[in-house]
Design a binder for this molecule. Structure first.
Ligand SMILES: Nc1ncnc2c1ncn2[C@@H]1O[C@H](COP(=O)(O)OP(=O)(O)OP(=O)(O)O)[C@@H](O)[C@H]1O
Ligand SMILES: [Mg+2]
Length: 326
């Protein structure tokens, strides 16, 4: 990957009327990569994006986009970025095509250029057949596709996508991931925000985990997972068996295949070097102690484990299993 820096922030902070939205945010985005800001509601993702596209001024710190300062050289920055907001206002009467035509005017593109780009973009996002229907009659997924086409109309060097697949069904999400990958293959730099772990994992080259306005971890999904050191065996004990949890933990402590053990209200989380050795050892110890296991699960580190390890909580209260196949 090209190591040219496309975006750099240094100790970026934003306070809205006494509310600190982000603080001390320092990160780089390299040219041509898909960079993700992953965090829960209120983490500061949209605020960060809006500063980078010059819609908001930072309270502290600096940011540059393609070498231009987002405050002092906001005009230069605006000319090189495309933005797909979290929620775009769709006009009540305009068709999809008319939305794009209007934007062409706004960006002062020539008529020919606008027509050419609209045809290309409608094809890219698969909206050619629906282009002449009022956009308000579109489904959620179709509206999101139109949003992406709008963000791409100025032919930006960097595309910012704020929660590109929020609330969409699985099929629509997969289509949008495909468009993002396609743009990436064409060399575009993409910055997206998400609170979907699977989206960050599958789509992003690198990501920053952001929580409470601060960066908690930064790296590629595989680096972040490898950083946890070891695969995870999660043991849930049967009702009334928790009295034996300490005995089970002591029996396992020090075994060669086991790296660390932490107790949780329902059982144990065990970090292991090799599951082939660790799993039989766990089962053998439980059997010896007559400790009834309700559930045992082995998995490679996932991004949800990374998130919990760095923030101390799950990304959402009810952590849904996000197993979207792509
Ligand atoms: N205009 C505003 N005035 C006051 N506070 C704001 C404003 N916009 C955002 N905030 C606050 O700043 C913090 C970060 O908000 P932001 O919208 O950046 O989070 P987010 O990560 O995009 O969340 P979500 O996932 O819900 O979109 C929140 O505490 C929010 O309430
Ligand atoms: Mg947001």
């Amino acid at each position: 990957m090209d190591q040219t820096v496309a975006i750099e922030t240094a100790r970026l902070g934003k306070v809205y009327d006494g509310v600190t939205a982000i603080q001390e945010l320092s990160f780089k985005v390299f040219a041509g990569e898909i960079f993700g800001l992953l965090g829960p509601n209120g983490a500061g993702k949209s605020t960060t994006l809006r500063i980078l596209i010059t819609l908001l001024r930072p309270t502290t710190g600096q940011a540059t986009v393609l070498g231009h300062d987002v405050v002092r050289e906001a005009d230069c920055v605006r000319r090189s970025v495309g933005y797909v907001p979290q929620e775009r206002a769709i006009d009540r009467f305009l068709t999809g095509r008319e939305h794009l035509l209007l934007l062409g005017d706004l960006y002062h593109l020539s008529k020919d250029e606008t027509q050419r780009r609209i045809a290309e973009l409608l094809k890219l996002v698969d909206l050619e057949d629906q282009a002449d229907r009022p956009a308000k009659t579109y489904s959620g997924g179709m509206k999101r596709k139109l949003d992406i086409a709008c963000g791409l109309l100025p032919n930006p060097k960097i595309l910012f996508l704020d929660e590109p697949t929020l609330g969409l069904d699985v099929q629509s999400r997969l289509r949008i991931w495909d468009y993002v990958r396609h743009l990436h293959e064409r060399g575009m730099t993409i910055v997206l925000t998400t609170n979907y772990l699977d989206e960050a994992d599958r789509l992003c080259d690198r990501l920053a985990i952001i929580d409470g306005g601060r960066i908690k971890a930064l790296g590629s999904p595989s680096e972040l997972k490898a950083g946890l050191g070891g695969d995870i065996v999660s043991v849930i004990l049967g009702a009334g068996e928790m009295t034996r949890v300490e005995a089970l933990a002591s029996a396992l402590k020090g075994l060669p295949s086991i790296k660390s053990i932490s107790t949780k209200p329902t059982g144990l989380d065990i970090r292991v070097e090799s599951p082939e050795k660790a799993l039989p050892a766990v089962l053998e110890a439980a059997n010896r102690l007559a400790c009834r296991i309700e559930f045992i699960d082995y998995h490679r580190p996932r991004l949800d484990d990374v998130f919990v390890a760095h923030t101390g909580h799950a990304i959402r209260e009810e952590f849904p299993m996000e197993n979207v196949e792509s």
